[in-house]
Design a protein around this ligand. Structure first.
Ligand SMILES: [Zn+2]
Length: 283
């Protein structure tokens, strides 16, 4: 059951669903306009979100900002029915999807070609069932680098960032509310045969994120994380980057160095992240 939560005085968000890969959808309510971050993974998802907006007496969305092009963040776009903002790189990727067929056969064929992955295909089947009315439409407002949006009393800063998960992703920072929406930028590259993080991209991403001071960091498939918890995540990643470099991406040596660094056995998450960085070192 998805919940609709208030994060700060001007920000509400709907919690994610892992089985169908529904990400967090959020709204920032200004005095003049409101902006929604991502559209949800289907018309049903977008409708559920818009219903919550109405139930809570919030301003209807005037704009949507996309964090990146992955299906689960864009398939509710038509239902949102307002001008949408995305990076040019995101629009380029969406353009490729416009003629796609979403039948089981077409999904299987794209998996064969290495364009689609079973993880997404399975979630699409679960979200849509047999009747897959999917229409990809293109964002109206396209930018590269940075874009600032004044909603009246509150600002959204969109910042394109390098990252392994989806090139052309945008972060959304709301300085007045001290909240940073990460989209999926902190997640690994899941479209390669071996899921991976690279030292270069992750370092650049963490350096950009460090420019923003926030009380909450929102992971699209996770939660609104407090500053303290987020700093711990960043610390783990920086330590793993360090051992990846020292061990030149050689996994057993990375594991040994990391154990030595933290002085204990590794957690499951750390094990997984080490494997992803070792995979990234072989790219
Ligand atoms: Zn994604």
């Amino acid at each position: 059951m998805q919940q609709f939560k208030q994060l700060t005085s001007r920000i509400w968000y709907q919690t994610p669903v892992s089985e169908t890969d529904r990400p967090i959808v959020a709204v920032i309510t200004g005095d003049e306009r409101s902006l929604v971050i991502d559209t949800g993974n289907s018309s049903q998802h977008a409708t559920l979100f818009l219903d919550e907006i109405e139930k809570h007496g919030l301003r209807r969305p005037d704009l949507v900002a996309l964090t990146h092009w992955h299906w689960d963040h864009i398939f509710g776009m038509k239902q949102m029915a307002v001008p949408t903002i995305a990076t040019k790189r995101t629009v380029d990727e969406m353009r490729k999807m416009m003629d796609y067929d979403w039948s089981d056969e077409a999904l299987a064929e794209r998996i064969q070609q290495g364009i689609e992955i079973p993880f997404c295909a399975d979630a699409i089947k679960l979200e849509f069932g047999k009747d897959r009315e999917i229409e990809v439409i293109l964002p109206t407002i396209r930018f590269s680098g940075e874009l600032e949006i004044d909603l009246g009393g509150v600002t959204c800063l969109l910042r394109q960032v390098e990252n392994d998960h989806s090139p052309g992703s945008a972060l959304v920072y709301i300085p007045e509310e001290r909240v940073l929406f990460l989209g999926d930028a902190m997640y690994a590259d899941i479209f390669s045969a071996k899921w991976n993080y690279t030292v270069g991209q992750t370092t650049r991403l963490l350096d950009v994120i460090a420019e923003y001071d926030a009380d909450y960091y929102v992971w699209s498939h996770g939660e609104a994380m407090s500053k303290g918890a987020f700093e711990k995540e960043v610390h783990v990643l920086r330590q793993i980057i360090e051992v990846t470099q020292r061990a030149a991406g050689h996994l057993p040596e990375m594991q040994r160095l990391y154990r030595e660094l933290v002085g204990r056995e590794l957690t499951t998450d750390e094990e997984e992240t080490l494997v992803f960085f070792a995979n990234g070192a072989k790219k």
